[in-house]
Write a protein of this length. Sequence first.
Length: 241
Amino acid sequence: MSAVVSSRVAVPREKHVHGISEICRARQLVGTLGGRFSLELGIDVDQGAQEIERWALAATLFGNRISTSAALQTYRVLVQAGVRTIADAGGCNRGDLVALLDAGGYARYDERTASRLLALAAAIAERYGGRLAVIGEELGDAEELRAALAALPGWGPVTVRAFLRELRGVWRGADIVLDQRAGVAAHHLQLPPELDSLSSLAAAAHLDLRDLDGAGAEIDADDAEGHSATRARAAAGSTGS
């Protein structure tokens, strides 16, 4: 009996090729706009659960439609007062939280955010023994992980996306895809809108993918102020390309 030869031929996966100008643009964008918010705040999520707990508090602040600078400043004010995690916030009385949030620049959202933090701390204490990091330790499926986070009080898609963006490579289920808003930001920044290509560009530029994606997050976050496209064009233009 003669052998049957399959007509199907394996097609190698297309390899992304990035030119010098694209690589230089990526490096310049990270240098101009900044990378991960967590590192800017002195948080290194690669170092373990306690750092992830700190990042969870910061990500909660980024969930409101305020400027990036206000969210960063508010987190720093909280840390100076000894409030480093959501659990720490849960140990504060509401009046103190409101005062701290107001001092950080949360004047429009201080009351609501204080209530949100207290409810969030109570939910995490009840469901996860006070440790949000348990969620990522127990759930490796991306859909289940996002669903568990989205079920937390006040954690909508913006907060979940901001939180998980910086946990790529740390939590098994944190390899989120670029959504429509991130794709728009990438377009403004002249970056690839697909995650595979963006990851390839980051590797070619010797950058952490989270930092390159974080440049787009800077634009996305500042969209609350209505000038994301202007900032993106200015940043991209500064590369001379």
